[in-house]
Ligand binder design. Structure first.
Ligand SMILES: O=C(O)C(=O)C[C@H](O)C(=O)CO
Ligand SMILES: [Zn+2]
Length: 280
């Protein structure tokens, strides 16, 4: 289990490149044929890569329950995920069965005990990028289709940031305890996400970049607006964004990313925008 502690911005600003990457970049999200997890002390958010092998099902192991200090992993947690794989994922949770097609999201409510993940068609493997946060009540597990994710067009080609934000796990779609999660896809020729930048001290956020072509990267901006730093992020890597940090990026080409938040509120629009002239 990869554990990331929460640090003060004063400490982050003193780090070199390797230090920033050690604290904030998750360079391997997926282990083929397994479940890989990173535990962040920012709002106790977890980042998981779930990639079933060609044959056989995956289940949460004892290490995940141990890190949560519970009898089983989701005893006091909820989980949201989006399938970024080539084919559908079959999920069973305490006798219920769900099929999560590519670009669809899964929500598993607190209390789901016996959970399995398997490929429907091993020749088209599924890959679930997931986040888990502490939960206080049980909401129904379900699949959310892309059409339900209220696509929101943003930006313009003139500013190289034309993109669509899909809000999959959001109070407008379904109840969750903490997790708000979605996917943003940039149009060809657009490279900037989340600029003008913002912070939301009430919530941490994670970004998972994917569909980044080989040899390309995303220059992810982080830090307090007046003291920014950057991380060079490659395909299928994730970034932990502390509540005090901006989270924005520009790619050497277009790409997509999955964002997820946990914290004090679930209001997507609750952002403190940073005037462009104040970024340093
Ligand atoms: O492209 C964007 O802008 C985003 O996707 C912004 C994120 O959704 C976000 O930061 C929400 O707080
Ligand atoms: Zn944000």
């Amino acid at each position: 289990m990869d554990i990331r502690h929460a640090i003060h911005p004063d400490q982050a600003e003193a780090l070199d490149t390797a230090g920033l990457r050690r604290h904030f970049l998750i360079d391997t999200v997926f282990d083929e044929g397994g479940i890989r997890a990173t535990y962040s002390h920012y709002d106790r958010m977890m980042v998981l890569g779930i990639a079933p092998a060609a044959a056989g099902a995956l289940a949460f192991d004892a290490a995940l329950a141990k890190v949560a200090g519970s009898e089983f992993f989701l005893e006091r947690r909820e989980l949201g995920g989006i399938n970024i794989g080539a084919g559908p994922l079959r999920v069973t949770a305490d006798g219920e069965s769900f099929t999560v097609a590519p670009q669809e999201a899964l929500y598993l409510g607190m209390g789901a005990r016996d959970v399995t993940f398997a490929n429907v068609d091993p020749s088209r493997p599924a890959r679930l990028y997931a986040n888990s946060a502490p939960a206080h009540s049980r909401h129904p597990s379900r699949v959310v289709r892309q059409e339900e994710a209220s696509p929101q067009p943003m930006g313009a080609l003139e500013t190289s940031n034309k993109r669509t934000i899909f809000k999959y796990l959001h109070p407008g779609v379904l109840p969750t305890c903490q997790i708000v999660m979605g996917l943003t896809r940039l149009e060809g020729g657009s490279v900037w996400n989340t600029m003008p930048a913002h912070t939301h001290d009430r919530r941490m956020e994670s970004y998972f970049y994917f569909e980044v072509p080989a040899e390309s990267f995303v220059l992810h901006l982080m830090g307090r607006p007046e003291e920014t730093r950057h991380l060079m992020v490659r395909n299928e890597q994730a970034v932990l964004s502390p509540p005090w940090s901006i989270h924005s990026g520009a790619g050497t080409g277009s790409y997509a990313f999955i964002w997820a938040m946990a914290g004090d509120n679930q209001s997507f629009a609750d952002m403190d925008f940073v005037p462009m002239g104040e970024l340093r």
